[in-house]
Design a binder for this molecule. Structure first.
Ligand code: SF4
Ligand code: SF4
Length: 382
């Protein structure tokens, strides 16, 4: 592989702060009780690192994530937006598109935050797992109290301000029992853009409630029912899992790899300025086999210099081996592109692996359900 096989960087994940006000039972972040904050003096350096490199592209999504970004004040994002506008105005005038996103648990969203999102054009993703009993069984504050009421208050605020809500629901075993309840919850609360993340064995969350053949069958039936309820109502909910595959089928496209295993498609930066590529969930994680996945610090290293490090070569070699195994062994490769490193590492102890429990949930089962629907009903894309 040479530099022409890397990038372009389409997603920049920045850890605005490591702190989170929640303590979800499945959270993989080890330092969520510590308040480390990204120093905005690093932002111009970070922008320079990207645009001095050969890896930048025509579109960049900046995602403030990995901790609860709204534990910082609105002024942090006002300042960040000003810096970004100053640093990238020339590029944007030449047609480079740059947009900001935030992934939040929504518990702190109030009118001031909504104004902040609007004035800085920040796209908002919220985490909501479903009805109260399901959401609160895992998404709690440190004192044990559920976060549902405050999350829903935040979502209502966004809706009041006409800010689109992009939701992610982490599915644990308790959610699978009643697909109708899950479906009607999202439909009736006006949440029309949804993605399911199945609870994963990852980081400090070393066990998942979603392991085993029974769970896989249950998830298959859950998705099938969810699809049927959605179809009966004329598809009010766009479900990410199906949308992506539908688009590929409609466009006759298949993947050769994906952004999680292609170097510098994604750049992740933690609050201290350490950076990594591939899967954002590997950033600043310490493992037995690879040590830290970090490639350097933006203050000290260019992105090109980082590709010359032993760490990068070791990661790339194993990642490429894993992707090759996927390509050779898996019928779903064209819809998946070879999976992601964090699941491979946490399930197999190496990036040089193929199938995982996580990829059966994220790719294989949704594809199976969708193809069954198309075969049975000649379903048209919603
Ligand atoms: S809201 Fe997100 S970062 Fe915070 S504890 Fe829950 S999963 Fe972790
Ligand atoms: S579905 Fe799993 S085994 Fe198949 S290509 Fe993706 S990661 Fe590899």
């Amino acid at each position: 592989m040479n530099h022409a096989d890397y990038g372009p960087i389409g997603l920049l994940v920045i850890q605005a702060t490591s702190l989170c006000n929640l303590d979800c039972s499945y959270c993989y972040l080890p330092d969520r009780q510590k308040r480390r904050v990204f120093d905005l003096n690093q932002l111009p350096i970070l922008v320079e690192r990207i645009y001095e490199s050969p890896f930048w592209g025509p579109q960049l999504s900046i995602l403030w994530h990995a901790g609860e970004p709204l534990t910082l004040p609105c002024s942090f994002y006002d300042e960040a937006s000003t810096i970004l506008a100053e640093q990238t105005s020339e590029l944007q005038n030449q047609g480079v598109q740059i947009e900001q996103h935030v992934q939040t648990n929504a518990t702190l969203i109030n009118d001031q935050w909504c104004e902040c999102f609007k004035r800085n054009r920040i796209v908002v993703g919220v985490s909501i797992d479903g009805p109260e009993s399901i959401h609160d069984s895992h998404r709690r504050f440190r004192n044990g109290k559920g976060s549902y009421a405050l999350t829903m208050r935040g979502i209502r605020k966004l809706q009041k301000h006409n800010i689109p809500v992009h939701a992610i629901a982490v599915l644990t075993s308790s959610a699978l029992d009643d697909p109708k309840r899950m479906y009607t919850f999202f439909r009736d609360n006006g949440i029309h853009d949804l993605g399911f993340n199945v609870e994963e064995q990852e980081g400090v969350n070393s066990q998942s409630s979603m392991q085993g053949l029974d769970r896989e069958k249950q998830y298959h039936n859950f998705l099938k029912s969810f699809w049927n309820y959605n179809q009966k109502d004329g598809f009010p909910i766009r479900l990410r899992e199906f949308d992506q595959v539908m688009e590929m089928i409609a466009g006759g496209q298949r993947l050769l790899q994906n952004e999680m295993n292609r170097p510098y498609s994604i750049l992740s930066v933690d609050s201290a300025g350490n950076f990594s590529t591939f899967d954002p969930e590997l950033l600043s994680v310490e493992t037995k086999k690879y040590g830290l996945f970090n490639l350097g610090n933006i203050r000290d290293h260019t992105l090109v210099e980082a590709t010359q490090s032993d760490t990068f070569h070791r990661l790339l070699k194993d990642m490429s081996h894993g992707t090759t195994l996927c390509r050779e062994q898996c019928d779903y490769y064209g819809f998946c592109g070879g999976g992601n490193g964090s699941n491979k590492y946490w399930e197999h102890g190496t990036l040089a692996a193929s199938e995982t429990c996580a990829c059966r949930f994220s790719t294989q089962i949704p594809v199976n359900v969708l193809l069954e629907q198309i075969e049975a009903n000649g379903v048209k894309a919603p």
